[in-house]
Design a protein around this ligand. Sequence first.
Ligand code: NAD
Length: 324
Amino acid sequence: MAKIALLGPFTDKMQASFQEILPAGFELFLVPTKEEYDKLPDADYIVFRTLEIREETIKTLRRTKLIQRWGVGYDIVDIQAAGEHRIPVAIMSGINATQVAEMTILQTLAALRNLIPLHNGMANGQWLKKEFEKRSYVIQGKQVGIVGLGNIGLKVAALFRAFGANIAYYDTPRRPVEIEAPVGARYMSLDKLLETSDIVSLHVPLLESTRHMINKAAIALMKPTAVIINTSRGGIIDEAALYEALSNNRLLGAGLDVFENEPLLQDSPLRSLKNVVMSPHIGGSTVDNNGTMAKRAIENIVNVSMGQEVSPGDLVNAQYLRKD
Ligand code: NAD
C-alpha cells in the first residue's frame, strides 16, 4: 500500500475529497502539526498545506517520491534540497486563480468604498455617510496596475476589465502579445506602473527578487489616492513602510490577505488602521474547490507512481532535480 501523508491542517471536507477519489493501492495518513514530523519518513507521497518543509525534514524522507503542494505558492518548501534528494516538488498551477482573483476584487471594492469602517459604524449605531463619501471611489475608468501577469494576474485583469478599468502590468520578462491582448494589458516598468495606477495589485511569487519589492521608495511613487492589494505573499510588501504610509494617509487604503508573519502578530500596528481591509490568507481557499484540488494532487501522484514525470506547469524544482 502506498502511503500519502496529508501534512498540515486538512479539514474534514478536504480529507473527504481525497477519500472519494483515492485509487486502489493508496492510503492516507494525517500529519497535522509540526510535532508529528517524525511520521513523515513513512510517506511515499506528501501533500502539504501551510506547514514548512525544510532541508532537515527532507533529509529524513527515505521513501518519498513526490512533494505536492495543496495550492500554488511554494516558498515554504526548500525546493533545492528536495531536488538534490531526487524528490520532485509540484504545485497545482492555476488551481485557485478564480478564488484569489475574486478576493482581489472584493478587497479592492471594500478599500475604495470604505466598507469595513462603514459596516463597523453601522454595527455601532453610527451613520458615517458624511465622513466617508468624500473618500469613496469607483473602479470604472481607473488604471489597475498588475504586478505579475501569471495565472492569477490574468484572471484579475479580466475581472477588472469587466468593471471598465484600464489594465497596466509589469512582469519579468514581458508576456507575449497573445497573453496581453485578450485582457488589454499594457506593459510598463514597475516605477511607471506605481506612479500612474489607481489600484496596484500584487501577483508575483515570493522570491529573493520580489522580497520587499514594495518598499518605502516604491510607495513614495504611488498616488495618494491609490490603493494597494496584496493577495500574493506578505514578504513582497515592507509592512512597516506600508503601515507608515497608511497611517499618514499617504495612500488611500490597502487590502491584505497575506502578511510577513502569519498568523498576523497580535500586536501588529496594522490592526489599528481604519483604511486597511484584512483577511487571514484565505484568498485561495473555498470549499467548492476542494474536489478539484484533491483530483489534481492524486493525478500527479498516480503519474509519478507509474514512472511518469509531473507536468512541466506543476513541477517547480526541475532545475535542481537529480535523476542519477
Ligand atoms: P504564476 O506563476 O502563474 O504567476 C506569477 C507571475 O509573476 C509570472 O508571470 C512571473 O513571470 C511573475 N514574476 C516572477 N518573478 C517576478 C519578478 N521578480 N518581477 C516581476 N514579475 C515576476 O503564479 P500565480 O498562480 O499567478 O500565483 C501568484 C502568487 O500568488 C503565488 O506565487 C502565491 O504566492 C500567491 N497565491 C496566494 C494565494 C492566497 O491564498 N492568497 C493563493 C494562491 C496563490
